[in-house]
Write a protein that binds this ligand. Sequence first.
Ligand code: BDP
Length: 559
Amino acid sequence: MLYPKLNEKRELYNLNGLFRYREVADDYQPTSPAEGTRPIAVPASMNEQMTEHEHREYVGKVLYEKNFAIPVCDKCEYRLRIGATGHRAEIFLNGEKIGDNDNGFLPFDVEIFPVAGENRLTVIIDNRLTFETLPVGIIREGNKQDIRHDFYNYTGIHRDCLIYSLPKCGAIRDITIDTFVDDDEKKLHVSVESNAKTVRCTVLDMTGNIVYDGASGDVSLSASHLWSPEDPYLYTLRVTTETDRYDQRFGIRKVEVTSDSFLLNGKPIHLKGFGMHEDAPLLGKGNCSAVNVRDFELLKWINANCIRTSHYPYAEEILDLADEYGILVIDEVQAVGINWWRGGSFAEDHGYRALPLHKRCIEKLIARDKNHPSVIMWSLSNEPGTEEPECRRYFEEIFATARALTKLPLTVAECTAYPDSKIEDLPDVLCINRYFSWYTDSGELSVIEPQMNHILTALHKDFNKPIIVTEFGADTIAGFHSLPAEMFSEEYQYRYLEENCKEIDRHPYCVGELVWNFADFRTKQEVRRPGGNKKGIFTRDREPKMAAFFLKDRFAKLK
Ligand code: BDP
């Protein structure tokens, strides 16, 4: 799945900016231009733009509409690509349905037949979460959305809305670059999906020198330079056909997992960084380059080397920056809240209803992100309720789906399921989310060492796999201080991290620590969430709290 690009063979039109917006009934059909609309910005969530409660919290279908005109050439195929909508969407051109998007965090890409002159694009987005969607949710009486994940259920066109052209003959439709690193040899295998008569592949190094020129298939480079966080060296593969050209960046790196280490290019690496969210004031989940660049600058400033795309696939622009800045990525699919049966029954509750979509999202995620050297592991779910025996088969199918598509390690972020989890043998790396002295033994920092020691020791003994603590954190109101350290103060967050890290350091098979969360983020309104989740090391507007200086020092020393 290639990201649309502008070059001498391809046109690219950006429809971002203002759309016309309104809430619509379930049976609304866009046969004529919508009336009674108001302006709305794209890419952005509609919720942050609204001032009235009933519109901000609206549950149901909303319409985005925009007219456009483009030069239409008859040798070209035109495609519409929307990076993400929140969530399911139906897309219409000039009143005719041209496709559906079945999920909220992966691109929608379809051929369109624009007419010469004005065209009307209508996107009808449904933000309702059910047992067939991901994340899963339930609609209660009175059209109330009930969710079991801790981030705001934003709605809108969240990523770029683009139209691009491909030549009708000889278009490059997909490129897959597999890299193989042995002791003294570095090879690539390049597959190109195209009906062109000739496909030429040229590999350029970072200074523009040609290091390979020839056919696709097995490729040996005349020189090779590995990609790593310290040296994020990127090559460009230029694919050319009679009628098309596409430049795909890639890096060469090797990922391996043993029973007690995570290896990058043959050397053990300790993953240090954060679980994140796509979330910012005014934008909500709207992709914004300024926010993305600030985030990567902060990740470098704090000496982090890894992020998890908790709890859904992030915009492709973010992964491009990760490749460039040398930040490793645990790439997570949007399977969050798969725990509805806790206290109930898997079969009677959502059971296998999300399984087909869950598999499709894994396939699309891997198809989208397979060429990013920064992606080192796929996370197939966050905190599923895996203590229920019946979900064993569900996760066997999920792991089998992913294994068939990738050589990278696989994981699931687990929360409270151990020792009852039925799936700990399936992942390559055990990822655990733990909140000792926060949600349990609140305010008792002294429990962290023994409790963290217990879980790390027991898990490694039982399963003999490396462990990453993918979440640990404490809500902190920026500017609230207390001595001795009390919950919600900057001192407590600082001390909480110190205690957790002390214990992590004692377990060599604990190969990573991802603090929850990089920045404060918006959630639904609830008693324990004053203005959202405040576990950020940075505030929502990306300024450091006191604990940021502890982590900056620690991450600098950790190799
Ligand atoms: C974890 C969830 C995460 C939450 C976090 C918290 O994975 O999404 O935001 O708890 O409560 O269990 O802060």
